[in-house]
Design a protein around this ligand. Structure first.
Ligand SMILES: Cc1cc2nc3c(=O)[nH]c(=O)nc-3n(C[C@H](O)[C@H](O)[C@H](O)COP(=O)(O)OP(=O)(O)OC[C@H]3O[C@@H](n4cnc5c(N)ncnc54)[C@H](O)[C@@H]3O)c2cc1C
Length: 467
């Protein structure tokens, strides 16, 4: 059993299949292509992953085997370990990224040359893409019909963890190639289960529809990193909230939100090209400014737009950012600073404990208006109005941008509007203690719309010329 982003023993179809067949070696490969890739060099996520792998090793040890860790190119390491173990089959949970698919193809070929099979069972999603092909058989580009179809698919029954596992004892390198130190949140299936249970017990799951956008309330589940590493499966979440018995209406908003995760995974599975650029061809040739000074201001949380800065600082300090802040920060980068969304996507991957290629790419393309439905380019978030609506008292902004802590409520989201005396009184002089907005939102909004329109026009002209 080759573990990747399915670091659990419970509700694990591939591990259960391996255990049913007989003796099992549990393998995790430290792949230099992944660990060395800029997108994956995220200390916060690697620390979390290491702690999840340690928890997996403990769960396996309770059942009689240990996790075997090896570093190297998977197409060499996996067949090598299969040979050492005398295995005739390697089990995996499939993954959706273009890299994962290339890697698994190469591993399948290398194993096949030695007469060993590679079998993929289960998936990081709740419903496999093949079950939701849509009316044309090509999947869904729009979320609402996807959600309706997804919601109709019953939740799978639990697959119990194997009681006992046995297999040859192979040498293991240990996890020293991963950074140690405390992960930002407790890691492993027990911690994930505790988070899920508290989310349900406290009633937060039932209030989710009302609270999820309110930035200062901790109204969301914080399960994203658990789902990212697969210490928790989406079906486990579904069963815990009662989705297989008919969900109470109060829990539907949360269940629907979880469907976005499958939506983006299906999307990347069917359209792997999104990993490189815009899904919509017209926007592949967008003109961006990519001003390094503006990009640095955004990264460091000093754009002068308090909500955007609060979100970016929350992510830098904790490895997590509220979804509403992610949307606003992403919108500011793309539509106000006119920076290619792929710079933002990369920055999020380097900082987020839940950084997930499909979800992150989907979130960025959604915000940039270059991907799936719903966010046409001319609908541009106004960072001040968003802040007034979703952080009405400014509590979220004050938590993460301490320079603004004494700014009066009515100026908290537009501190540049304070007169000189109020700035002095609040201990926040604009330009000295906190920046003025690095750009004028209304000017840049018009400029962004013009650039998108221009990209559309150039694309239409190219199509016409080719016709
Ligand atoms: C620009 C941008 C980038 C993002 N990057 C990531 C990322 O790298 N990894 C990631 O897991 N999520 C990403 N999201 C989605 C979302 O912000 C996070 O999943 C959510 O904030 C995690 O907090 P939570 O677990 O408390 O979520 P909850 O609100 O409690 O939702 C439950 C679960 O549903 C899934 N989910 C919720 N919203 C979304 C969504 N919009 N898209 C996909 N899945 C969703 C997550 O797995 C989440 O844990 C991104 C969103 C945006 C706008």
């Amino acid at each position: 059993m080759w573990f990747r982003r399915d670091l659990r023993v419970d509700d694990h179809p591939a591990l259960a299949t391996a255990a049913e067949r007989g003796r099992v070696v549990a393998l995790w490969v430290a792949d230099p292509a992944l660990l060395g890739a800029p997108h994956h060099r995220a200390p916060v996520r690697l620390r979390f992953m290491r702690a999840c792998l340690e928890a997996l090793d403990s769960a396996l040890a309770e059942r009689g085997i240990r996790l075997v860790v090896r570093s190297g190119e998977p197409a060499e390491v996996v067949p090598g370990v299969a040979r050492e173990a005398g295995a005739d089959l390697v089990m995996i949970t499939p993954d959706v990224t273009p890299y994962a698919r290339r890697r698994d193809g190469a591993v399948a070929d290398a194993l096949g040359a030695g007469g060993v099979g590679l079998q993929a069972v289960g998936g990081p999603w709740r419903v496999p893409p093949s079950e939701l092909a849509g009316s044309k058989g090509t999947g869904y580009l729009v979320f609402t019909p996807f959600w309706r179809a997804w919601d109709q698919v019953p939740v799978d029954p639990r697959i119990a963890p194997p009681d006992a596992l046995a297999g040859p004892e192979l040498a293991s390198e240990g996890l020293t190639m991963l950074p140690d130190g405390d992960p930002p949140i407790a890691a492993g299936p027990d911690a994930a289960r505790a988070r899920l249970e508290e989310f349900i017990r406290s009633g937060a799951v039932d209030r989710y529809g009302d609270d999820r956008d309110m930035l200062a309330d901790d109204g969301t589940s914080h399960l994203s990193a658990d789902l990212r590493m697969g210490v928790l499966s989406p079906s486990q979440v579904g069963r815990a909230i009662g989705a297989e018995r008919g969900l109470p209406a109060s829990r539907t908003p949360f269940w629907r939100q979880l469907a976005w995760r499958d939506f983006y995974a299906h999307h990347m599975d069917r359209h792997p090209e999104v990993a490189e650029g815009a899904l919509k061809p017209a926007y592949r040739a967008m003109e961006w400014d990519d001003d390094p000074a503006l990009l640095a201001a955004w990264r460091e949380g000093r754009t002068g737009f308090p909500l955007c800065d609060a979100g970016m600082r929350q992510m830098r300090e904790t490895g997590w950012m509220h979804n509403r802040a992610r949307m606003v920060a992403a919108s500011v980068l793309v539509k106000d600073l006119l920076v290619d969304w792929r710079h933002g996507e990369a920055e999020f991957m380097r900082r987020l404990v839940d950084g997930d290629p499909a979800n992150n790419n989907g979130g960025w393309q959604w915000t940039a208006g270059t991907g799936t439905d719903a966010a046409p380019y001319f609908r541009v978030f106004n960072p001040v109005l968003q802040a007034k609506r979703f952080d009405p008292t400014g509590a979220y902004v004050r938590r993460w941008v301490p320079e603004l802590v004494n700014v009066p409520d009515r100026f908290i989201h537009e501190p540049w509007r304070m007169d000189d005396a109020t700035q002095e009184e609040a201990g926040c002089v604009i330009g000295r203690d906190y920046p003025a907005p690095v750009v004028d939102h209304s000017v840049r909004r018009d400029e962004a719309i013009a650039r998108y329109k221009d990209a559309d026009a150039r694309h239409a002209a190219r199509l016409e010329a080719a016709a």
